[in-house]
Design a protein around this ligand. Structure first.
Ligand code: PMP
Length: 358
């Protein structure tokens, strides 16, 4: 068996050391005689696993005490609805920044609940500049997507929304570098990219934003339900929670977020240099907005796309096909993608260009 470099946008690569640890603990977690997936979520063993995962995430992200960390089902998509359901209170509008496909999904869901002001919009080829943002001081909150997974567009700054809570869909860039959590009202992310297997949304929410939902909001969609029950109101996705904990611990043992950020910046720089240094490959995103997690690129001749994918696969570089809405290629290079994977991709791209460009 040999493992490939998997450039999937998510579910995505997991650190090999973590897979091995999960494998070693699969049949008998620390002498309990059972797998974590067989444990009651209310038992002592699982409660300790859950608490450790949260403590490690708090540690690596330096999450302040006045924030709750919720481990919820429904993925990031459920948060598109839960955010307005929980934050509107008596207000009737919210501000959204639109930078691409995932912003749009969040916007269309919010429109079911309130008036959506688009405070800035780009063609999906850049993040707006801070000076372009026109916030409404009466808005219940401001929502944005710090990293657009499909377009490969990432903010290189945190918008300043004053007293209006800032809500961020960090699905594809959470724990890829340090951020100042205190600048946010809510940070949420699906688990299947930097955190681990699918099945979980991690929601980091400031205390004062909990408890504002109307009575008509279902219990399962109310942050207060989950905050009061330590995310155990009903059965949580226990195995994914455990696995996320292994990943958080792996990050802690490997230099924390400063180290992740350093390696991620280097990986992205190498890949963009390969693209920019050739006449054959291109990336349409403005340089200051280029994602360090998802790198879309096209070949000069789209007829070669299938050949590129087939030849890449032969050398163990897989899932490079771009999103169906944009075509071309996309290399997702989350924390768990080793630098050697990017080096191999860059070498393959040069060789492919030499063979096929004329
Ligand atoms: N937001 C972003 C930025 C994403 O990349 C994704 C998934 N690719 C989602 C939301 C949706 O996540 P989920 O599938 O967990 O609902």
């Amino acid at each position: 068996m040999s493992r490939v470099f998997n450039f999937s946008a998510g579910p995505a690569m997991v650190p090999e050391a973590v897979l091995k640890q999960a494998q070693a603990e699969m049949l008998d977690w620390q002498g309990s005689g059972m797998s974590v997936m067989e444990m009651s979520h209310r038992g002592k063993a699982f409660l300790s696993i859950a608490a450790k995962a949260e403590a490690d995430l708090r540690d690596i992200m330096s999450i302040p005490e006045n924030y709750k960390v919720l481990f919820l089902q429904g993925g990031a998509s459920a948060q598109f609805a839960m955010v307005p359901m929980n934050l509107l209170g008596d207000k009737t509008s919210a501000d959204y920044i639109n930078t691409g496909a995932w912003s749009k999904k969040a916007i269309s869901e919010a429109k079911r609940y309130c008036t959506v002001n688009i405070v800035a919009e780009t063609k999906g080829d850049r993040a707006p500049k801070a000076s372009e943002l026109r916030f409404d001081p009466e808005a219940a909150y401001v929502h944005y997507t710090p990293n657009e997974t499909i377009g490969g567009v990432e903010f290189d700054y945190i918008p300043d929304t004053g007293d209006v809570p800032l809500v961020a869909d960090f699905s594809s860039s959470i724990i890829s570098r340090e951020i100042d959590v205190s600048k946010f009202g809510i940070i949420y992310a699906g688990s299947q990219k930097n955190i681990g297997p699918a099945g979980l949304a991690v929601v980091i929410v400031r205390d004062d934003l909990i408890g504002k939902a109307k009575d008509t909001v279902p219990a399962m969609f109310n942050y207060k339900t989950h905050a009061d029950a330590d995310s155990m109101y009903n059965t949580p996705p226990t195995y994914t929670w455990y696995f996320a904990g292994l990943v958080f611990n792996w990050i802690k043992q490997n230099g924390g977020l400063p180290k992740m950020a350093e390696v991620n910046a280097r990986k992205a720089a190498k890949l963009y240099a390969a693209i920019d240094g050739s006449e054959f490959y291109a990336n349409p995103v403005e340089v200051s907005s280029r994602s360090r997690m998802n790198v879309p690129f096209t070949l000069a001749n789209a007829e070669l796309d299938a050949v590129f994918l087939a030849e890449a696969k032969k050398v163990g570089l897989v899932t490079l096909k771009g999103h169906r809405s944009v075509g071309g290629m996309r290399a997702s290079i989350y924390n768990a993608m080793p630098e050697a994977g990017v080096d191999a991709l860059v070498a393959f791209m040069a060789e492919f260009e030499r063979k096929h460009a004329n």
